[in-house]
Ligand binder design. Structure first.
Ligand code: MTE
Ligand code: MO
Length: 221
């Protein structure tokens, strides 16, 4: 466990360095900042592939579940808050190497929303879209049903801030943090896995921490 963060930095293959330098260079060119250390962010870095993201709150936030479901549904923030909440405390691990230990996330289990919508037998995967208009993610249906996958309303025991993808982000606890789509606005049941934003650029769709993105091939000491 101890070595994972350092290993990620020291032994990151070129692909992993690509994400960091892509964002780093963009920030250098654009002082509005595509990435940067969050003030009081407790080690988190701010990542967005979109240069600006609208702010949404209780009045105008909506989460839509559609695609291969019996009951397409749109939730307001109040409706999501009224559902049973699950709290998880895990390490956040970015594929580029930085890590934030013991971070609490709280929200609605994705499986609960899937069950409420009635997933049709033809669906094998879930696609996530974001109100930044750009980022996408995906999980297999089996992964999406894991009890450690949340539609998160709280992070670090506060409402998810705008910078961290609020008011609602995905939290896929067992996978690298790029799976945890910020500014979540859409959940679509699909016939096949459709690779997400970073996955089209070479990262693994099955992004288990320590068992993907080349980590299997690296020294473990
Ligand atoms: N919509 C959106 N979600 C995203 C990203 C992004 O650029 N846009 N970056 C991902 C990556 S690579 C990481 S490490 C985390 C960063 O989350 P943070 O900004 O809360 O630290 O968000 C993930 N989710
Ligand atoms: Mo990341």
């Amino acid at each position: 466990m101890l070595g994972l963060g350092a290993l990620g930095v020291a032994a990151a293959p070129p692909l992993q360095r690509g994400l960091e330098s892509f964002l780093g260079n963009a920030a250098d060119k654009d002082p509005t900042g595509l990435t940067g250390l969050l003030p009081n962010g407790g080690g988190f870095r701010y990542y967005s592939v979109a240069s600006s993201v609208p702010h949404k709150g209780a009045d105008d936030y909506r989460l839509t579940i559609d695609g291969l479901v019996d009951r397409p549904t749109t939730y307001t923030l109040a409706e999501l808050r009224a559902m049973p909440q699950t709290r998880l405390v895990r390490d956040v691990q970015c594929v580029t190497g930085w890590r934030v230990p013991d971070t609490p996330f709280e929200g609605v289990q994705l499986s609960r929303l899937l069950d409420a919508a009635g997933v049709r037998p033809a669906a094998t995967a879930v696609r996530f879209t974001c109100f930044d208009g750009t980022y996408t993610e995906s999980l297999t249906l089996r992964q999406a049903r894991g009890d450690d996958v949340l539609v998160a309303l709280r992070m670090q025991d506060k409402p998810v801030s705008h910078s961290h993808g609020g008011p609602v982000r995905l939290y896929v606890a067992p996978m690298y943090f790029y799976k945890s789509a910020k500014w979540l606005s859409g959940i679509t049941l699909t016939e096949d896995v459709r690779p997400g934003y970073w996955e089209k650029r070479g990262y693994d769709v099955d992004a288990w921490v320590g068992r993907s993105n080349g980590r299997d091939d690296e020294p473990t000491t």
